[in-house]
Design a protein around this ligand. Structure first.
Ligand code: PEP
Ligand code: MG
Length: 891
């Protein structure tokens, strides 16, 4: 039998269940599951994601049989509700909502109160005994439907409401009467006729199919596409449509609507956390227009709120809700994000899903749930997303720095951010493209602002609560965010805001503390995070599961120290060229480059040697006896020379060489393709004395530390940019000779390794030969990507974005390893290398070593280690554990 297009749920029964998310979307699958758990859910049905796919494949036409299935499901809903869709006396009203596989908050459209027309509104009035409620619902429906389905600009409607309020000299929508809304309904409908040339659809069936079509179409709207792009959600997943009987949170003061999390999504603290609004409908809470009330007394105290909580206002409903949330958390064994509506004192569940959380909360919840026996260690490790972990490692505000706090909002998403103020998403994007750090300030955010939020350092809003759009989205992005900061008087037009006596113009510096909600004038310095408690314990569980070792790329003792704190197990890449720029040594480096002969170069190199030795000692000391791979000089020499005439003049005076000579040398060093030019081991072959000096510095440092301080260092000397085994054979000989000479001079016995980077396709393809001369391989996937694609690392930024936008490449290959192309070379080289030397040590030190998906690949092809920047070390550790655990699962 073919799979149905429609899945019914209601009254404790459901055709679907929670593990059918691919077909029913997250919302639909969980609505089914909540029914099976016996929780109060308004009955309804889910039109599957397969219909969405068919809809797009078939020129926006529905598959055969769908209409009949919808009819049957609707009949079941009608039977449960004792009401009929389109009936004048007992009308059934519906909500129509999207629901993709992965949650996409606020990205697609929703329509409420569907089924209302001039006849059914009378039935609703009779049923509720409230004419005002009837017409208020009707006008809301016309507004939503016109906006979402008929594409009529919503501004007209809002303007009409404002005018009417002015006319009646009232301030709030709630002060308008039934007659007002009734008249506005007529005005709205006339406007729709005028704008679309067709009357507003009166037939509820037309309304329903219009709404279903609009939800499917919203899968392809701009903001949904943008959200998918940022979050890596494939287009082919499609969305489901959930059609449900309406329950009303706006039928009076014994009604309410709210959202809640079963634990605090910011900190992970174990407390029921949420917000609600009395006499309000669904989207009002998330829209952030009215300030919501805390759900319980604990929350009220926590947020210092003067508003009464649900626990106080509707204690029986609150108790029901507590029962429900505890049941849900126990069932799903994870923190849930729920939506509910209270209609005349009865709680209805509209949604449950795994709650989005900050990294801090993710670690705490995983640790707590493990302690509570809800989950095991493996699950705890899998509960924290490696890419998210980065958030925990970001700097916070320096508490010693002076801070002029000018306002306080809600601590919606933790961390600290400092940047220049902008008041629109467009401006945020524009400024960030110019390299500015920006703080996006808005009255409230909406999905249209998503691109601006993405590039901003932090987000500040005047309105909205802890579950407003800004708060939810920022938390998901791991961005610092302060919401509901009512003291801000923002003028978009004048591009400025005032806070008390302070006036802040666009471009002024502002700082946010997302953990306290403080808004601080000016730029405040930040400090590195301290990691302890849950984090330390969590990372120790992570290490139980991973197979890959994690090293770091570090060029200074400071970086090495930071990396060790994050758990680095050695240095996978120490780029020595960065050391050449420091302080006075750049003069000696320039002298060396500008020298006419070997003797001249050796003289200058002798000046650099003690400094390099000092650098290496510092690094070795920080890493104790952990392995340290040091790469010999890699970049083309002209990178060290001055470029403008002014700079040349300065250097000429400093090192006492004529201007013209420097200029000539510069011309001689000029290359058309420096990345493919005189760099890497090619330098070592042309000027062996440079590499000799570096090798001597490494070995002398290691020997002296061994002799004087008892270190047991095994230096790993790495030759860059090898393409042919003979290059490595030559360099190996020269290097080994220097090593032996130093060992003899120092009278020390010490093991050293000589290995190579594999960063050219030819080296990868002949890795069996290269391995003969190498004690280890380290994949330089930055250059390997550059040379495999023939794509310049330095210039690709100009056209790569277009490649990503047009989906010519699925992602930036310099960020996530191109497994099919570059990855095939890497895999092949590992196999060939180990054929020659079965115990060849193999790692990766390109930027991909800190990218979770690339780490997973490295695990699969059995590398020994990945090496990444210090702050990415915990990310790589966790990614390595995930890779190992997931592999076990699929076996
Ligand atoms: C590489 O090419 O991947 C690498 C690590 O070296 P660099 O980035 O210094 O060229
Ligand atoms: Mg390289």
């Amino acid at each position: 039998m073919p799979r149905p297009w429609v899945y019914f749920f209601g009254n404790g029964k459901a055709d679907g269940k929670s593990d059918m998310k691919n077909l029913l979307g997250g919302k639909g699958a969980n609505l089914a599951e909540m029914n099976l758990l016996g929780l109060p859910v308004p009955p309804g049905f889910t039109i599957t994601t397969e219909v969405c796919t068919a809809f797009y494949q078939n020129d926006k036409k529905y598959p055969e049989g769908l209409e009949e299935e919808v009819k049957q499901a609707l009949a079941q809903v009608e039977a449960i509700m004792g009401a009929k869709f389109g009936d004048a006396k007992q009308p059934l009203l519906l909500s129509v909502r999207s629901g993709a596989r992965a949650s996409m908050p606020g990205m697609m459209d929703t329509i409420l109160n569907l089924g209302l027309n001039d006849e059914t509104v009378k039935g609703i009035i009779a049923r509720s005994g409230d004419e005002r409620f009837g017409y208020d619902s009707y006008r809301r429906f016309i507004q939503m439907y016109s906006d979402v389905v008929l594409d009529v600009d919503r501004e007209f409607f809002e303007h009409q409401i404002e005018e009417r309020k002015e006319h009646k000299k009232v301030r709030l929508d709630t002060e308008l009467s039934a007659q007002d809304w009734k008249e506005l309904v007529a005005v709205f409908k006339r406007h729709v006729l005028q704008m679309t040339g067709k009357p507003f659809p009166e037939d509820p069936k037309d309304q329903l199919w219009g709404a279903v079509g609009a939800v499917f179409s919203s899968w392809m709207n701009k903001r949904a596409i943008e959200y998918r792009r940022i979050n890596g959600i494939p287009e082919e997943w499609g969305t489901a449509v959930n059609v449900q009987a309406m329950v009303f949170g706006n039928m009076g003061n014994d009604c309410a609507t709210g959202v809640a999390f079963t634990r605090d999504p910011s900190t992970g603290e174990k407390r029921f956390f949420g917000e609600f609004l009395v006499n309000a409908q669904g989207e009002d809470v998330v829209a952030g227009i009215r300030t919501p009330q805390p759900i319980n007394v604990v929350g009220k105290k926590h947020d210092n709120s003067a508003l009464p909580s649900l626990e106080e206002v509707m204690p029986a409903c609150y108790r029901d809700l507590v029962d429900i949330y505890q049941k849900l958390e126990k069932h799903y064994r994870d923190m849930q994000d729920i939506e509910f509506t209270i209609e005349k004192g009865k709680v209805w569940m509209l949604q449950t899903r795994t709650g989005k959380r900050t990294a801090q909360a993710a670690v705490k919840i995983a640790a707590d749930m493990l302690a509570e026996g809800l989950i095991d260690r493996k699950t705890a490790v899998l509960r924290v997303n490696p890419s998210q972990l980065d958030q925990l490692l970001h700097p916070a505000l320096d508490p010693k720095a002076k801070q002029l706090v000018i306002a306080k909002g809600l601590p919606a998403s933790p961390g600290a951010a400092t940047g220049k103020v902008v008041f629109s998403a467009e401006e945020a994007q524009h400024q960030s493209e110019k390299g500015e750090k920006v703080i996006l300030v808005r009255l409230e955010t909406s999905p249209e602002d998503i691109h601006g939020m993405h590039v901003a350092e932090g987000i500040l809003t005047a309105r909205g609560g802890m579950t407003s759009h800004a708060a939810v989205v920022a938390r998901g992005m791991g961005k610092c965010c302060v919401t509901g900061c009512g003291d801000l008087a923002i003028s978009y037009k004048e591009r400025r805001m005032s806070v008390g006596e302070h006036v802040i113009q666009q471009g002024d510096w502002l700082t946010l503390n997302g953990s306290t909600g403080e808004v601080i004038l000016g730029k405040v310095p930040t400090i590195e995070p301290e990691l302890s408690g849950d984090f330390g314990a969590f990372m120790s569980w992570v290490d139980e599961f991973r197979k890959l070792k994690v090293r770091t790329n570090a060029d200074t003792p400071h970086d090495a120290k930071v990396a060790r704190r994050f758990g680095a197990e050695g240095i996978g890449l120490c780029r020595t060229e960065h050391m050449f720029f420091e302080g006075e040594r750049i003069d000696a480096v320039r002298e060396m480059i500008l020298a006419d002969d070997r003797k001249g170069r050796e003289k200058a190199l002798a000046k650099i040697l003690p400094m390099q030795k000092g650098d290496f000692k510092g690094i070795f000391r920080e890493m104790k006896d952990l392995p340290v791979t040091i790469r010999l000089l890699d970049p083309p020499l002209h990178e060290f020379l001055p470029h403008t005439d002014e700079e040349i003049q300065q250097v000429s005076e400093k090192i006492g060489l004529p201007f013209e000579r420097i200029k000539k040398k510069l011309e001689a060093l000029h290359e058309f393709n420096p990345m493919l030019g005189h760099r890497g081991c090619r330098l070592g072959i042309s000027y062996p004395e440079i590499y000799e000096m570096q090798v001597r510095a490494i070995m002398e440092a290691a020997c002296e530390l061994a002799k004087d301080e008892g270190f047991k260092i095994i230096p790993e000397i790495m030759i860059p940019l090898v393409g042919h085994v003979n290059e490595l054979a030559y360099m190996r000989r020269v290097t080994a000779e220097t090593c032996e000479r130093v060992l003899k001079e120092k009278g020390v016995q010490l093991t050293y390794l000589i290995g190579t980077m594999i960063e050219l396709p030819r080296a990868a393809l002949t890795a069996d030969q290269v391995a003969r001369e190498a004690d280890f391989f380290s994949f330089g996937t930055n250059d390997l990507t550059q040379t495999t694609f023939g794509l310049s690392r330095d210039d690709a930024g100009k056209f790569l974005p277009a490649y990503l936008e047009k989906k010519i490449l699925p992602e930036d290959p310099f960020v996530t390893l191109d497994v099919e192309g570059v990855g095939t070379l890497v895999k092949y080289a590992v196999e060939l290398g180990r054929k020659t030397k079965p115990d060849l040590k193999v790692g990766i030190c390109g930027e991909h070593g800190g990218d979770p998906r690339s780490v997973e690949f490295c695990h699969r092809i059995h590398l020994d280690y990945v090496s990444c920047s210090p702050y990415r070390v915990p990310v790589a550790r966790l990614a390595a554990a995930h890779a190992a655990l997931k592999e076990k699962e699929t076996k």
